[in-house]
Design a protein around this ligand. Structure first.
Ligand code: PEP
Ligand code: MG
Length: 758
């Protein structure tokens, strides 16, 4: 490794930081300190100008101090984030270094500053917790090419400034009226609802947990040794966590920790930390500096998967920081009651580490439907809104927040009137949930006493708790790809066996339908490269992969057989398009059963085989299909997208085709009639089953088994118990001949007129 002495850039950086520390430790007001700091930076980096812009409410960057520009521009010059080169640095959260800045398209001339005399410009963001708090700029008259090391030195300085800002610098010297007028205004932000529900609470910004009190150090070797010790402690901690008996009850957590251990041994990471120490930072500050750089890279990574892996990395960094700052409590991080957790992004273990009871909702600037944290939030029944742009620059810890995760809307600092309206909605939600809970043990039957089976869709071990608290009859769809997606590496037969056995143990007497891997398309696995596809939903996915790469499916089936022992096993194959495919899949299952028998293993006393009805072509083969299977389950999410040739994930098509279109219902009627005639068990397990109006339509068609997420069971049960099915069926059957694009409106009318709770 390069030593500090061998690198003159580091020596300069260290000298600058040492003087910076003296200024910060000295007397004088915050404004006086800032004025000294700009003078210092200009001198040490040999620039004619150094200016500090800080971010205020309303995305405004205000000039707080300058050496070289006109003094009366301070606190008067303001730019919007995104405006000019300074605004560009803030918007991108990236440094800019230009020898001829005035020629740049984005250069915004401010006459009051007198800056037209300067040719070159280097600006770096003041970053803290993934949030841009301002920009530090230096300028030179000559067309100066700034060296990478100089950019790094200014970035390190900016980091120290970020700590000053976090310490309340703006409040101390800024014009308070300016912020308070803006800040007092309620704001409405929009995002994507990823886990449903309504919540009210107080914002807590996730990254603020770790506050560094010592940024600088002259003793590089000591700081490097501290990092070494902390890393060792972290390794021990991760190993201990992996061995903890209570954690081993939660498979997802374990896999996340295993991925961490891999990252914790990343040499590049440690090297970058040591380089930052050699610039004069303390161990904590160096770790944080590398974390900020990683965040910027993360924001630019186009692959969702890479971004998710980097989230894990970020969480690991926080653990290391807490380790350096004296111990790290591993679970049950304390939060005030009714916390709305706000973060740029969040790892799944980070979410699991908070006490679930205190979390009212989660808001993320990033986040996606398949991200691990989203899956965990849904399992914990915590509302989550993701992709809330500008979230972190608008919300502060302590702000009141209303979260409407039914519609993807966030209200910051709402007024009394809005809060009062929201309280009414919250109360209604609470009363409804209470009413649903009271339905847990009552039978699911229509007004005339016809029984309906409600089952659970699951994918996490945490989902299994819902079997008990919802009173669901069993798991109608276990999406096995979800545990696969949460791992960095392929789980071998042993790991899968342990996992499936745990699912079965948790289910007790209740049946579980395991769907074999439905990967490909948007559900990518980090360790299975399938290459980009033009049309992934119709591409190489699910059983198509399984038939081309039978080893993976055979391993999965083997694990399911081992996990079941003598218990009953239900296996369901997704995306089957042809009876011949089912025959080939079934052959693999028979081979595995024979293999287990040959090895003297226990095999399940009953093996039930089912397929999903997702590809419309399968409905044209019922005559050959039904005698071969024990059950059929309608995956309406995929089925409807294929029936209408309408991508289920494309926002431009959202709302265009309804699941309650006569075309869909007539199709589903055909499937239902055929199954009834053949005596084949039939379930619906797509989202449609959890929508009370659509579920009512399914019952009207003759369906008797519906599988859905835990949160839908209460509302659907309430619908079933208030439904006069004998009146609905004839009414609906006439509607099936309608030329309307959807009969939803008519069914809602029926529900209203007959007191059906939908
Ligand atoms: C479906 O397609 O309806 C289904 C249940 O499967 P998934 O949503 O996992 O594709
Ligand atoms: Mg599907």
């Amino acid at each position: 490794m390069t030593t500090a002495a061998a690198n003159p850039g580091w020596v300069g950086a260290r000298r600058l930081l040492r003087q910076l520390r003296d200024i910060m430790a000295g007397q004088g007001s915050a404004q006086e300190q800032l004025d000294l700091i700009v003078t210092l930076i200009a001198r040490e980096l040999v620039a004619e100008v150094c200016s500090i812009y800080l971010r205020r409410s309303g995305d405004v960057l205000e000039l707080f101090a300058t050496e070289g520009l006109r003094a009366d521009a301070v606190h008067n010059t303001r730019l919007m984030v995104g405006e000019g080169l300074v605004g560009f640095v803030a918007a991108q959260a990236m440094p800019v270094a230009l020898a001829d800045a005035q020629k740049h398209d984005l250069f915004a001339y401010r006459p009051e500053t007198g800056e037209e005399r300067y040719s070159s410009l280097m600006g770096v963001p003041i970053l803290r917790g993934g949030r841009v708090h301002g920009v530090v700029v230096i300028q030179n008259q000559t067309a100066r090419e700034y060296a990478d090391e100089e950019v790094e030195t200014l970035e390190t300085t900016a980091m120290v400034l970020a700590e000053m800002v976090a310490g309340g610098l703006i409040a101390e010297i800024g014009d308070a009226r300016y912020d308070s007028e803006e800040a007092a205004l309620p704001q409405r932000l929009e995002g994507t609802a990823l886990s449903p529900g309504l919540a009210k609470g107080i914002a807590v910004i996730h990254q603020q947990r770790v506050t560094i009190d010592r940024m600088l150090s002259d003793d590089g070797p000591r700081e490097e040794a501290r990092v070494r010790v902390a890393l060792e402690a972290l390794h021990i901690q991760l190993d201990a966590a992996l061995d903890r008996p209570d954690l081993s009850a939660s498979g997802e957590h374990r896999e996340v920790l295993e991925a961490f251990r891999m990252f914790a041994e990343d040499r590049g990471w440690v090297r970058r930390i040591n380089e930052a120490i050699n610039q004069g930072l303390s161990a904590e500050a160096a770790v944080q500096r590398v974390q900020e750089e990683t965040r910027v890279r993360m924001a630019q990574a186009s692959s969702g998967l890479l971004r998710e892996r980097l989230l894990d990395f970020e969480e690991l960094t926080n653990r290391l920081l807490r380790q350096l700052m004296g111990g790290d409590e591993d679970v049950g991080l304390q939060l005030p009651e009714h916390t709305v957790l706000v973060a740029r992004s969040l790892g799944p273990a980070e979410l699991l580490n908070y006490e679930a009871g205190a979390l009212s909702a989660v808001l993320l600037e990033e986040g996606s439907a398949n991200a691990h944290a989203t899956i965990v939030a849904r399992a914990l029944d915590v509302p989550l809104i993701g992709r809330v742009s500008g979230l972190l620059s608008r919300v502060d810890t302590g702000d009141e927040v209303l979260v409407d995760a039914a519609n993807g809307v966030v209200y910051l600092r709402p007024g009394d009137e809005l809060t009062a309206n929201f309280d009414v909605a919250l109360e209604a939600q609470g009363a409804k949930q209470e009413a649903y809970r009271s339905l847990r043990d009552v039978p699911t039957e229509t007004k005339e006493g016809k029984r309906v089976s409600l089952l659970l869709n699951a994918g996490l071990l945490a989902d299994m708790n819902h079997l008990d608290n919802t009173g669901a009859e069993g798991v109608g769809l276990y999406r096995t790809e979800i545990p696969f997606m949460m791992r960095a590496t392929y789980p071998d037969v042993e790991a899968q066996t342990t996992f499936y056995a745990r699912v079965l143990d948790e289910a007790g007497d209740k049946p579980v339908v395991f769907r074999t891997l439905d990967i490909g398309g948007d559900k990518a696995l980090p360790y299975l490269q399938s290459g980009a596809e033009e049309n992934p939903a119709m591409g190489w996915r699910a059983t198509r992969i399984a038939l081309d790469r039978p080893v993976m499916l055979r391993h999965q089936l083997r694990a399911l057989i081992y996990a079941s022992g003598r218990r009953k096993l239900s296996v369901m194959f997704p995306m089957v398009a042809q009876v011949a495919e089912l025959d080939a899949l079934r052959k693999l299952l028979d081979l595995e059963l024979e293999r287990a028998t040959g090895l003297g293993q226990d095999i399940p006393d009953t093996v039930r085989v089912g397929v999903m009805m997702e590809v419309p072509a399968l409905a044209m083969q019922m005559e050959n299909l039904l005698p071969r299977i024990d059950f059929l389950s309608v995956g309406s999410n995929d089925l409807v997208q294929f029936l209408f040739a309408s991508d289920r994930g494309n926002p431009r098509l959202e709302g265009r085709y309804d699941t309650l279109a006569p075309a869909v219902l007539n199709f589903l009627k055909h499937v239902c009639d055929e199954c009834r005639a053949a005596g084949t068990q039939l379930t619906v397990c797509g989202e449609m089953a959890g929508d009370p109006v659509a579920a009512m339509a399914l019952l009207g068609l003759g369906y008797e088994r519906l599988s859905m997420t835990a949160a839908s069971i209460g509302p659907v049960k309430a619908m079933v118990r208030s439904l006069p099915l004998d009146e609905l069926a004839p009414y609906q059957s006439r509607l099936l001949h309608s030329s309307a694009s959807s009969i939803r409106r008519y069914l809602q009318g029926f529900a209203r007129d007959h007191g059906v709770e939908v």
